[in-house]
Design a protein around this ligand. Sequence first.
Ligand SMILES: Nc1ncnc2c1ncn2[C@@H]1O[C@H](COP(=O)(O)OP(=O)(O)OP(=O)(O)O)[C@@H](O)[C@H]1O
Length: 286
Amino acid sequence: MAITFKNVTHVYQPGGPLEYEGLTNVSFEIPDGCFTAIIGQTGSGKSTLVQHINALLKPTSGTIKIGERIITSETKNKHLKPLRQQVGMVFQLPEQQLFAETVLDDISFGPQNFGMTQQQAQKTAYQMLDLVRLPASVASKSPFDLSGGQMRRVAIAGVLASQPTVLILDEPTAGLDPQGHQELMDLFYQLNQQGTTIILISHQMEDVARYAQQVLVMDQAHLIRDDQPQAIFNDRAFLQAHNLLEPESTQFARQLAQKGFKFNKLPITEEQLAQQLIPQLGGHYG
Ligand SMILES: Nc1ncnc2c1ncn2[C@@H]1O[C@H](COP(=O)(O)OP(=O)(O)OP(=O)(O)O)[C@@H](O)[C@H]1O
């Protein structure tokens, strides 16, 4: 499903003493099936933006189009169920939303809520456990008896069980060990390859460089750039002006360039770094 924001502004607590503009006149388009990353400083409006995509928040002004569905300030909460099924949202620390007595009940809650029978939902739950690489034996356990990393996977399995066509991930791997992080990123990449639109909020520029096709940069409630990762991470002046980090491969290549190595374009991933470096070291790549 393509997603279009047109002049979207969101004001928190309008008219109150704590009134705050969380989004200011934001416009962009995310094509169907894209892997889009959203980056920006803490408090720049990333979470505010994504919460509009499943209408958890509604625009104060402007229009959002998700597939054929239009959301405006006038949209009522009634009839939003199909949208909430199509747009799955994994919040920061999703394990805090686990609630059921067993893992199986937790994961099958969403699909049952969206109309599956208990039997279908439980079958789906086992498929999702497999997808997030948890053994079927955890199904009967309490989610609260699992490790932190396992709880995160159960929470993600619960969102995936509704088979969303758009998956929003708000720093989904924060606090996980490197292996857990990589396994989940591989899963999101695999889902994207199968057609799911992925929208990832991340402070990890390596992930953004490696997986994203489109990067939206937020700064103080404004969308200040909508571009490809290569263009953004090769624009040092832009990154510095907005306090954004480069991916590690880019930082490393810059240091090597000072020692005489040559790069046509600064690499943004380890693979690109190796591709450009190995010939200069007298080796072959690939
Ligand atoms: N319910 C609310 N009422 C008032 N202001 C809010 C509310 N929720 C968020 N804000 C403010 O809106 C701004 C944007 O917040 P948001 O959570 O969207 O930023 P973010 O870029 O996702 O930050 P982070 O990287 O820390 O998650 C912040 O200044 C925040 O304090």
